[in-house]
Design a protein around this ligand. Structure first.
Ligand code: CNA
Ligand code: ZN
Length: 246
Protein backbone atom coordinates (compact mmCIF):
# COMPACT_ATOMS: atom_id res chain seq x y z
CA UNK A 1 0.00 0.00 0.00
CA UNK A 2 3.06 2.23 0.25
CA UNK A 3 2.63 3.91 -3.12
CA UNK A 4 -1.04 4.67 -2.43
CA UNK A 5 -0.34 6.06 1.04
CA UNK A 6 2.45 8.29 -0.30
CA UNK A 7 0.09 9.62 -2.98
CA UNK A 8 -2.58 10.33 -0.32
CA UNK A 9 -0.08 12.24 1.81
CA UNK A 10 0.80 14.48 -1.14
CA UNK A 11 -2.70 14.95 -2.54
CA UNK A 12 -4.50 18.19 -1.74
CA UNK A 13 -7.76 16.95 -3.26
CA UNK A 14 -8.64 13.29 -2.98
CA UNK A 15 -11.96 11.89 -4.17
CA UNK A 16 -13.43 8.47 -3.52
CA UNK A 17 -15.87 6.47 -5.63
CA UNK A 18 -17.29 3.68 -3.50
CA UNK A 19 -19.32 0.60 -4.37
CA UNK A 20 -21.05 -2.36 -2.80
CA UNK A 21 -17.71 -4.08 -2.01
CA UNK A 22 -16.96 -1.73 0.89
CA UNK A 23 -20.18 -2.79 2.58
CA UNK A 24 -19.60 -6.54 2.30
CA UNK A 25 -17.33 -5.92 5.29
CA UNK A 26 -20.54 -4.91 7.16
CA UNK A 27 -22.40 -8.06 6.10
CA UNK A 28 -24.32 -6.51 3.18
CA UNK A 29 -24.04 -8.61 -0.02
CA UNK A 30 -22.80 -6.95 -3.23
CA UNK A 31 -24.11 -7.61 -6.76
CA UNK A 32 -21.19 -9.10 -8.68
CA UNK A 33 -18.85 -10.49 -6.03
CA UNK A 34 -18.70 -14.29 -5.50
CA UNK A 35 -21.50 -14.12 -2.87
CA UNK A 36 -23.35 -11.35 -4.73
CA UNK A 37 -27.07 -10.88 -5.28
CA UNK A 38 -26.68 -11.60 -8.99
CA UNK A 39 -26.20 -15.24 -8.09
CA UNK A 40 -29.92 -15.19 -7.10
CA UNK A 41 -32.65 -15.93 -9.67
CA UNK A 42 -34.65 -12.80 -10.63
CA UNK A 43 -31.89 -10.52 -9.31
CA UNK A 44 -31.80 -8.42 -12.48
CA UNK A 45 -35.51 -7.64 -12.05
CA UNK A 46 -35.23 -6.37 -8.48
CA UNK A 47 -33.95 -2.90 -9.43
CA UNK A 48 -35.67 -2.56 -12.82
CA UNK A 49 -38.28 0.18 -13.13
CA UNK A 50 -40.44 -1.63 -15.69
CA UNK A 51 -40.58 -4.72 -13.48
CA UNK A 52 -41.33 -2.52 -10.45
CA UNK A 53 -44.35 -1.01 -12.18
CA UNK A 54 -45.52 -4.41 -13.33
CA UNK A 55 -45.06 -6.10 -9.95
CA UNK A 56 -43.54 -4.12 -7.05
CA UNK A 57 -43.52 -7.23 -4.85
CA UNK A 58 -40.42 -8.44 -6.80
CA UNK A 59 -38.48 -5.50 -5.34
CA UNK A 60 -39.98 -5.67 -1.85
CA UNK A 61 -39.42 -9.43 -1.56
CA UNK A 62 -35.87 -9.17 -2.96
CA UNK A 63 -34.89 -6.21 -0.76
CA UNK A 64 -36.61 -7.01 2.53
CA UNK A 65 -33.22 -7.88 4.02
CA UNK A 66 -30.82 -5.82 1.83
CA UNK A 67 -32.63 -2.48 2.12
CA UNK A 68 -35.07 -2.71 5.03
CA UNK A 69 -32.53 -4.52 7.22
CA UNK A 70 -30.25 -1.47 6.91
CA UNK A 71 -31.60 0.13 10.07
CA UNK A 72 -29.56 -2.45 12.01
CA UNK A 73 -26.27 -2.02 10.03
CA UNK A 74 -23.21 -0.06 11.12
CA UNK A 75 -20.38 1.48 9.11
CA UNK A 76 -17.37 -0.74 8.41
CA UNK A 77 -13.61 -0.11 8.24
CA UNK A 78 -13.63 1.61 4.82
CA UNK A 79 -16.44 4.02 5.85
CA UNK A 80 -14.43 4.85 8.98
CA UNK A 81 -11.19 5.25 7.01
CA UNK A 82 -12.82 7.79 4.66
CA UNK A 83 -14.21 9.75 7.61
CA UNK A 84 -10.68 9.72 9.08
CA UNK A 85 -9.22 10.94 5.78
CA UNK A 86 -11.68 13.83 5.86
CA UNK A 87 -10.75 14.66 9.47
CA UNK A 88 -7.00 14.77 8.81
CA UNK A 89 -7.52 16.82 5.64
CA UNK A 90 -7.21 15.93 1.97
CA UNK A 91 -10.52 14.20 1.25
CA UNK A 92 -12.62 16.46 -0.93
CA UNK A 93 -15.70 14.24 -1.02
CA UNK A 94 -17.21 10.85 -1.76
CA UNK A 95 -19.30 9.72 -4.70
CA UNK A 96 -21.05 6.52 -3.73
CA UNK A 97 -23.03 4.01 -5.76
CA UNK A 98 -24.24 2.52 -2.50
CA UNK A 99 -27.74 2.94 -1.22
CA UNK A 100 -27.01 1.87 2.35
CA UNK A 101 -26.53 5.34 3.91
CA UNK A 102 -23.43 4.10 5.79
CA UNK A 103 -21.06 6.96 4.81
CA UNK A 104 -23.47 9.37 6.48
CA UNK A 105 -23.70 7.09 9.53
CA UNK A 106 -19.87 7.13 9.70
CA UNK A 107 -20.00 10.95 9.79
CA UNK A 108 -18.63 11.85 6.33
CA UNK A 109 -19.90 15.30 5.40
CA UNK A 110 -19.67 15.38 1.60
CA UNK A 111 -21.37 12.32 0.13
CA UNK A 112 -22.99 12.30 -3.31
CA UNK A 113 -25.32 9.33 -3.68
CA UNK A 114 -25.25 8.87 -7.44
CA UNK A 115 -27.74 5.98 -7.32
CA UNK A 116 -30.07 7.66 -4.85
CA UNK A 117 -31.10 6.32 -1.47
CA UNK A 118 -34.07 4.75 0.31
CA UNK A 119 -34.17 7.59 2.85
CA UNK A 120 -37.33 8.76 1.11
CA UNK A 121 -39.90 6.77 -0.88
CA UNK A 122 -42.47 8.30 -3.22
CA UNK A 123 -45.86 7.09 -4.41
CA UNK A 124 -45.60 6.03 -8.07
CA UNK A 125 -48.94 7.67 -8.81
CA UNK A 126 -49.40 10.88 -6.80
CA UNK A 127 -45.85 11.52 -5.58
CA UNK A 128 -46.66 11.54 -1.86
CA UNK A 129 -43.49 10.99 0.19
CA UNK A 130 -42.85 8.45 2.96
CA UNK A 131 -39.67 8.25 5.04
CA UNK A 132 -37.52 5.13 5.34
CA UNK A 133 -38.74 4.67 8.92
CA UNK A 134 -42.39 4.99 7.89
CA UNK A 135 -41.93 2.34 5.19
CA UNK A 136 -40.10 0.06 7.66
CA UNK A 137 -43.09 0.41 10.02
CA UNK A 138 -45.51 -0.53 7.20
CA UNK A 139 -43.44 -3.65 6.42
CA UNK A 140 -43.13 -4.71 10.05
CA UNK A 141 -44.75 -8.10 10.69
CA UNK A 142 -46.01 -8.43 7.08
CA UNK A 143 -45.28 -11.33 4.72
CA UNK A 144 -42.24 -11.13 2.39
CA UNK A 145 -44.22 -10.09 -0.72
CA UNK A 146 -46.10 -7.25 1.04
CA UNK A 147 -46.05 -3.94 -0.89
CA UNK A 148 -46.36 -0.70 1.13
CA UNK A 149 -48.94 1.54 -0.52
CA UNK A 150 -49.90 5.20 -0.56
CA UNK A 151 -52.69 5.94 1.92
CA UNK A 152 -54.15 8.53 -0.50
CA UNK A 153 -54.32 6.70 -3.83
CA UNK A 154 -53.24 3.11 -3.14
CA UNK A 155 -50.29 3.00 -5.58
CA UNK A 156 -46.98 1.44 -4.51
CA UNK A 157 -44.30 3.42 -2.71
CA UNK A 158 -40.95 3.27 -4.54
CA UNK A 159 -37.63 4.09 -2.85
CA UNK A 160 -35.65 7.03 -4.29
CA UNK A 161 -33.03 4.46 -5.36
CA UNK A 162 -32.13 4.79 -9.04
CA UNK A 163 -33.46 1.68 -10.78
CA UNK A 164 -32.19 0.40 -14.12
CA UNK A 165 -34.20 2.35 -16.68
CA UNK A 166 -34.26 5.57 -14.63
CA UNK A 167 -32.07 8.69 -14.86
CA UNK A 168 -29.51 9.37 -12.12
CA UNK A 169 -30.25 12.13 -9.60
CA UNK A 170 -29.07 15.19 -11.51
CA UNK A 171 -27.48 17.27 -8.77
CA UNK A 172 -25.70 14.35 -7.09
CA UNK A 173 -24.21 13.21 -10.39
CA UNK A 174 -23.14 16.71 -11.44
CA UNK A 175 -21.41 17.20 -8.07
CA UNK A 176 -19.75 13.78 -8.38
CA UNK A 177 -18.45 14.75 -11.82
CA UNK A 178 -17.03 18.02 -10.49
CA UNK A 179 -15.37 16.12 -7.64
CA UNK A 180 -13.80 13.65 -10.07
CA UNK A 181 -12.56 16.34 -12.48
CA UNK A 182 -10.73 18.33 -9.82
CA UNK A 183 -9.29 15.33 -7.92
CA UNK A 184 -5.53 14.85 -7.74
CA UNK A 185 -6.12 11.30 -6.53
CA UNK A 186 -9.22 9.20 -7.17
CA UNK A 187 -9.78 6.11 -5.03
CA UNK A 188 -12.14 3.55 -6.59
CA UNK A 189 -13.10 1.31 -3.66
CA UNK A 190 -15.11 -1.91 -3.75
CA UNK A 191 -16.67 -1.34 -7.14
CA UNK A 192 -16.64 -3.56 -10.22
CA UNK A 193 -16.63 -0.33 -12.32
CA UNK A 194 -19.17 -1.81 -14.70
CA UNK A 195 -22.33 0.25 -14.03
CA UNK A 196 -22.42 3.38 -16.17
CA UNK A 197 -22.39 6.33 -15.97
CA UNK A 198 -20.94 6.07 -12.42
CA UNK A 199 -18.12 3.83 -13.66
CA UNK A 200 -17.02 6.67 -15.95
CA UNK A 201 -16.17 9.02 -13.07
CA UNK A 202 -12.54 7.83 -12.65
CA UNK A 203 -11.93 8.63 -16.33
CA UNK A 204 -12.74 12.28 -15.60
CA UNK A 205 -9.98 12.30 -12.99
CA UNK A 206 -7.52 10.84 -15.50
CA UNK A 207 -8.56 13.39 -18.12
CA UNK A 208 -8.02 16.14 -15.54
CA UNK A 209 -4.45 14.90 -14.94
CA UNK A 210 -5.18 13.10 -11.65
CA UNK A 211 -4.12 9.61 -10.57
CA UNK A 212 -6.35 6.59 -10.12
CA UNK A 213 -5.89 3.89 -7.47
CA UNK A 214 -8.27 0.95 -7.32
CA UNK A 215 -8.91 -1.27 -4.31
CA UNK A 216 -11.10 -4.20 -5.34
CA UNK A 217 -10.83 -7.97 -4.99
CA UNK A 218 -11.72 -8.69 -8.62
CA UNK A 219 -10.17 -7.11 -11.73
CA UNK A 220 -11.96 -4.10 -13.25
CA UNK A 221 -12.05 -2.65 -16.79
CA UNK A 222 -10.09 0.39 -15.55
CA UNK A 223 -7.18 -1.54 -13.98
CA UNK A 224 -4.88 -0.69 -16.87
CA UNK A 225 -5.43 3.05 -16.37
CA UNK A 226 -4.76 2.90 -12.64
CA UNK A 227 -1.39 3.45 -10.97
CA UNK A 228 -2.22 0.17 -9.24
CA UNK A 229 -5.05 -2.08 -8.15
CA UNK A 230 -4.84 -3.56 -4.67
CA UNK A 231 -7.17 -6.44 -3.78
CA UNK A 232 -7.65 -5.96 -0.05
CA UNK A 233 -10.06 -3.31 1.31
CA UNK A 234 -9.44 -4.20 4.96
CA UNK A 235 -5.72 -3.62 4.49
CA UNK A 236 -6.46 -0.31 2.74
CA UNK A 237 -8.65 0.83 5.65
CA UNK A 238 -6.01 -0.10 8.20
CA UNK A 239 -3.31 1.81 6.32
CA UNK A 240 -5.48 4.93 6.02
CA UNK A 241 -6.58 4.80 9.67
CA UNK A 242 -2.93 4.84 10.72
CA UNK A 243 -2.26 8.07 8.76
CA UNK A 244 -1.70 11.11 10.95
CA UNK A 245 -2.49 14.75 10.25
CA UNK A 246 0.13 16.35 7.99
P1 CNA B 1 -20.62 -4.72 -7.67
O1 CNA B 1 -20.77 -4.68 -9.14
O2 CNA B 1 -21.37 -5.76 -6.89
O3 CNA B 1 -19.07 -4.85 -7.38
C1 CNA B 1 -18.57 -5.00 -6.07
C2 CNA B 1 -17.09 -5.31 -6.18
O4 CNA B 1 -16.56 -5.31 -4.86
C3 CNA B 1 -16.78 -6.67 -6.79
O5 CNA B 1 -15.93 -6.51 -7.91
C4 CNA B 1 -16.08 -7.44 -5.66
O6 CNA B 1 -14.98 -8.19 -6.13
C5 CNA B 1 -15.61 -6.33 -4.75
N1 CNA B 1 -15.57 -6.73 -3.33
C6 CNA B 1 -16.58 -7.23 -2.59
N2 CNA B 1 -16.19 -7.42 -1.32
C7 CNA B 1 -14.88 -7.05 -1.26
C8 CNA B 1 -13.90 -7.01 -0.24
N3 CNA B 1 -14.21 -7.40 1.01
N4 CNA B 1 -12.67 -6.58 -0.54
C9 CNA B 1 -12.34 -6.18 -1.81
N5 CNA B 1 -13.24 -6.18 -2.81
C10 CNA B 1 -14.48 -6.60 -2.55
O7 CNA B 1 -20.98 -3.32 -6.99
P2 CNA B 1 -20.88 -1.86 -7.61
O8 CNA B 1 -21.14 -0.95 -6.46
O9 CNA B 1 -19.72 -1.69 -8.47
O10 CNA B 1 -22.16 -1.90 -8.56
C11 CNA B 1 -22.98 -0.92 -8.62
C12 CNA B 1 -24.37 -1.24 -8.03
C13 CNA B 1 -24.44 -2.19 -6.87
C14 CNA B 1 -24.84 0.05 -7.44
O11 CNA B 1 -25.95 0.47 -8.16
C15 CNA B 1 -25.23 -0.21 -6.00
O12 CNA B 1 -26.36 0.53 -5.65
C16 CNA B 1 -25.51 -1.65 -5.94
N6 CNA B 1 -25.47 -2.26 -4.60
C17 CNA B 1 -25.29 -1.52 -3.48
C18 CNA B 1 -25.24 -2.12 -2.23
C19 CNA B 1 -25.04 -1.24 -1.01
O13 CNA B 1 -25.52 -0.11 -1.00
N7 CNA B 1 -24.32 -1.73 0.00
C20 CNA B 1 -25.32 -3.51 -2.11
C21 CNA B 1 -25.52 -4.27 -3.30
C22 CNA B 1 -25.59 -3.63 -4.52
ZN1 ZN C 1 -50.42 8.20 -4.02
Amino acid sequence: MKQLIEALKKSRRTAALTGAGISTLCGIPDFRGPQGLYAQPDAERIFDIDWFDRDPSIYYRGCRELVYGLKDRSPGPVHKALKHLEDIGGLDGIATQNIDMLHQKAGSSTVWEVHGSPLLHHCRNCGRAATFDEVCAMLDGKEAAFVPRCPVCGAAFKPDITFFGEALPEKAFAEAQALAIRAEVMLALGTSLTVFPAAGLPRLTLQGGGKLFIVNAQPTPLDRFAVRRYPDLAEFAEAVLSLRQA
